[in-house]
Design a protein around this ligand. Structure first.
Ligand SMILES: Cc1ncc(COP(=O)(O)O)c(C=O)c1O
Length: 354
């Protein structure tokens, strides 16, 4: 089966990718067992591999990135305590209040520039050692790359500074690494160098890596044993999930280094838009596979821009009243990128109909 899309270019999200024939073959051939009984060999292989890649003792496969993040939250933050993160973080903004609902905790945020993580922001917001008068900070969340920030790659140096402070103050750190492989390919920093700085890390197999389903949480063996219990409580105990793990293993074998192609195509489109409509794209902000277009800079509101692009076969996403997000992935090739450039530069040049 080949992926068919009704769009000339579908830039809505990198979650849209459909498994290739080769990935489907690997899934069909997977050896499986009942993972609730710990008997799925393919799932075990995936967990061991991802734990090793991230420099951690153990791993746990989850159905979604949200569940992996929320298991990390559950592990580190007791009811009545808090997590802190930036105001655009997926955990605080796009997981539908799960930390409050599932773990009984509160969240506070700092404002960042495009999701860029700075150790000082975390250090100045954290509250420790003042019980019973104030809510105690138990967890700092970092997102790398940063989705709503526009694919921002986080600085390892800032992360290391934060690790120093959190270690001194007894606060845990969780990395939402839904797009950590994009950060690795863009920066050249190894996955384990990023991973080792955190108590727990979640990675997604179903975004840029192109698997249909699945995320992995890593941490210490004890932490993963506890998370396995919570995963079952959250309804995420799966049976013959080796079929999904096989897709994940295939993705790790074949789809990591090629993320550079997504980054190159995103940059090519960003350069074309910046040239066609000066002010619409700040090229310094294009670091990975995500481009944020400031359509307001050339007179558009995002909703009519998204509609006009769609009418010409290019699907995009409004991330604010005047900002539109474009995401490159496995199913957007050079021809689709050309089509997107053609349509989007045309709209940016023309401006909205008056
Ligand atoms: C940064 C980030 N973290 C977590 C998630 C959650 O992943 P899922 O949709 O698999 O729950 C997403 C989803 O887009 C994301 O962008």
């Amino acid at each position: 089966m080949t992926a068919t899309s009704p769009y000339r270019a579908d830039l809505l999200s990198d979650t849209l990718t459909r498994p290739s024939n080769a990935m489907r073959d690997a899934m069909a051939r997977a050896e499986v067992g009942d993972d609730v009984f710990g008997e799925d060999p393919t799932l075990r292989a995936l967990e061991e591999r991802v734990a090793g890649m991230l420099g951690h003792e153990a791993a746990l496969f989850t159905p979604s990135g949200s569940m992996a993040n929320q298991l990390g939250v559950r592990l580190h933050v007791k009811p009545g305590e808090e997590l802190i993160g930036d105001s655009l973080a997926h955990v605080v903004r796009a997981e539908l209040g799960a930390a409050a609902v599932l773990s009984g905790i509160s969240s506070r945020t700092w404002v960042s520039e495009r999701g860029r993580f700075r150790a000082d922001d975390a250090a100045s917001l954290m509250i420790t050692g003042v019980r019973p008068y104030q809510v105690c900070t138990s967890l700092v969340i970092v997102e790398n790359t940063h989705n709503f920030g526009g694919g921002t790659v986080q600085s390892l140096e800032e992360i290391r500074c934060a690790r120093e402070v959190t270690r001194q103050r007894g606060v845990a750190m969780h990395l939402d690494g839904a797009r950590l492989f994009n950060a690795h390919v863009a920066s050249g920093v190894s996955i384990s160098d990023y991973g080792r700085e955190f108590d727990t890390v979640s990675i997604c197999l179903s975004k840029g890596l192109g698997a249909p389903v699945g995320s992995v949480l890593v941490g210490s063996a004890d932490a993963m044993a506890e998370s396995r219990i919570w995963r079952k409580r959250f309804g995420g105990g799966m049976r013959q999930a080796g079929i999904l793990a096989a897709a994940g293993l295939f993705a790790l074998d074949h789809n990591v280094e090629r993320l550079a192609d997504d980054h190159a195509r995103a940059r090519r489109a960003a350069e074309a838009m910046a040239e066609a409509a000066p002010g619409a794209v700040d090229l310094a902000t294009v670091e990975t596979n995500i481009v944020i277009v400031d359509v307001a800079a050339v007179g558009w509101a995002s909703a009519p821009f998204v509609d006009a692009a769609l009418a010409s076969g290019v699907r995009t996403y409004a991330v604010g009243p005047g900002a539109v997000r474009l995401v490159w992935h496995l199913d957007v090739d050079d021809a689709a990128t050309d089509a997107a450039i053609d349509v989007l530069t045309g709209l940016l040049r023309a401006g909205p109909a008056t």
